[in-house]
Design a protein around this ligand. Structure first.
Ligand SMILES: Cc1cc2nc3c(=O)[nH]c(=O)nc-3n(C[C@H](O)[C@H](O)[C@H](O)COP(=O)(O)OP(=O)(O)OC[C@H]3O[C@@H](n4cnc5c(N)ncnc54)[C@H](O)[C@@H]3O)c2cc1C
Length: 409
């Protein structure tokens, strides 16, 4: 296992940081306050190839600004000008580094990469060729943002038992139900949702334009405030049967499973970035800020906090790199190792962010400093993509299978 980045990966990391410093860092606090991610920023990410990074080049095609998929509800264009970087598929480590660098500045924006790539990954693995060749080019350019609709008012962790139904009517399915807390639900144009077909969890694509489909914005969240959450309402929403992804009964175990594996990978790396962002902010602040005649960093109790923060962050990094290494090598233990990376990195991010607020004192409680937002976003990381209790349950099961023998591992 070699954790040394290649020169291309190092260069990519620097490029990602430059993008983040230019577009995200100066505005993240404002976006958090206004609870919006401007479409111009999404467009800039698309132009850098961040939304297409996991799509094989054969699906790339240039869209047009007149395409009807190209506008959000407010009629704003979200197409692209010059996607110079589109067509360059990223390896797993580079994709992780992208999530890390975005997470260094904004948890909300990590969730854009997460849900968008979850839809892409599910289509790549379970979609029909017709679904892939229609949607992937549009997802690649950001003309269409993907959203993932699993959670409902009454079913969160127990998502397999979602109450949304899909009833076949000739060549169509009629979808009825509601999905809640859907990241970027306010702007996404294509949703991958889970519904029951005769009691069997099944995945479908639903386009925003479908009759009977509507969204309601959700505001006032603790964190991820610029992730533009929405409730999705499907009121006898008729979709073609060809919008089914995978087979009847495959929705949770296969399609959502693939999407959630992808989601956990992104969130693990995003948490690493968030934690590193808190470390960096705390190193700078504890160097500048003086109390009792010396800078904070001279106080041993602050050094203890910093030591723990750095160690937790580095441990999270190792688990992320391990997951990336397994992903690159298509190792079957990837799923569980990614689950561990998400579990550990989200806990680490919350602890590190909490310590960062402590080091910043009252300043850490104000939105003048980013650690306050990181702290709120870190708590969300423990809940999404399968809460940490769900991770604990599956990791412990895995532990019994893998380690309950005398063989060395
Ligand atoms: C900011 C944000 C963005 C989100 N984005 C999306 C999205 O894009 N798409 C989407 O589908 N969903 C999204 N969600 C929803 C998220 O996936 C759910 O919140 C999550 O799955 C947990 O479900 P729940 O909130 O209903 O909690 P519940 O399932 O009701 O759980 C409540 C608590 O009980 C614990 N718990 C539940 N069952 C057990 C058990 N068996 N043993 C021990 N503890 C248990 C949970 O861990 C949790 O701590 C988002 C949520 C947030 C906050």
């Amino acid at each position: 296992m070699n954790f040394e980045l290649t020169s291309e990966q190092k260069e990519a990391k620097i490029r990602f940081r430059k993008f983040v410093d230019k577009y995200v860092v100066p505005n993240a606090s404002t976006y958090d306050r206004i609870e919006e991610t401007p479409l111009e920023l999404i467009k800039a990410m698309a132009n850098e190839g961040y939304l297409s990074a996991l799509i094989p080049p054969k699906y790339f095609a240039k869209g047009t600004d007149t395409d009807t998929h190209n506008q959000d509800d407010r009629g704003k264009n979200i197409g692209y000008d010059n996607c110079a970087h589109i067509g360059k598929e990223m390896d797993s480590i580079t994709w992780g580094l992208l999530c890390e660098e975005i997470g260094h500045a904004s948890g909300s924006l990590v969730s854009l990469l997460t849900v968008h790539s979850m839809v892409i990954q599910a289509l790549l693995k379970w979609g029909t060729e017709a679904q892939r060749s229609h949607w992937l080019p549009l997802l690649a350019t950001g003309e269409v943002i993907g959203g993932f609709g699993l959670t409902e008012v009454k079913t969160g962790s127990d998502a397999k038992n979602a109450q949304t139904t899909a009833v076949q009517d000739g060549d169509s399915y009629i979808i009825s139900g509601q999905k809640k807390w859907i990241s970027f639900g306010q702007v996404a144009r294509l949703f991958l949702i889970l519904a029951q077909v005769d009691g069997k969890a099944t995945a479908f694509l639903i386009e925003r334009e479908r009759e009977g489909f509507s969204t309601e914005s959700i505001n006032g969240m603790l964190g991820f405030r610029s992730a533009m959450l929405a409730t999705l309402n499907m009121n006898n929403c008729r979709i073609p049967a060809s919008n089914m992804v995978g087979k009847i009964g495959f929705g949770f175990s296969h399609v959502a499973g693939t999407a959630l594996d992808q989601g956990r990978y992104c969130i693990a790396w995003g948490c690493l970035g968030l934690a590193q962002g808190c470390v960096d902010a705390s190193l700078a602040y504890s160097t500048e800020r003086k109390q009792f005649g010396v800078s904070l960093k001279e106080h041993q109790l602050i050094q203890e906090l910093i030591a723990d923060m750095i160690t937790q962050t580095q441990a999270a990094r190792m688990l992320c790199y391990n997951a990336a290494f397994l992903k690159e090598n298509k190792d079957p233990s990837l799923i569980m190792e990614t689950s561990m990376a998400k579990y550990f990195a989200s806990r680490a991010a919350l602890k590190v962010a909490s310590d960062a607020v402590q080091i910043h004192g009252a300043n850490g409680c104000s939105d003048t400093y980013p650690v306050e937002r990181h702290f709120r976003d870190a708590k969300i990381m423990e809940i999404i993509e399968g809460s940490n209790q769900m991770q604990q349950i599956i990791i412990s099961r895995y532990g019994y299978q893998r380690y309950l023998s005398s063989q060395p591992k």
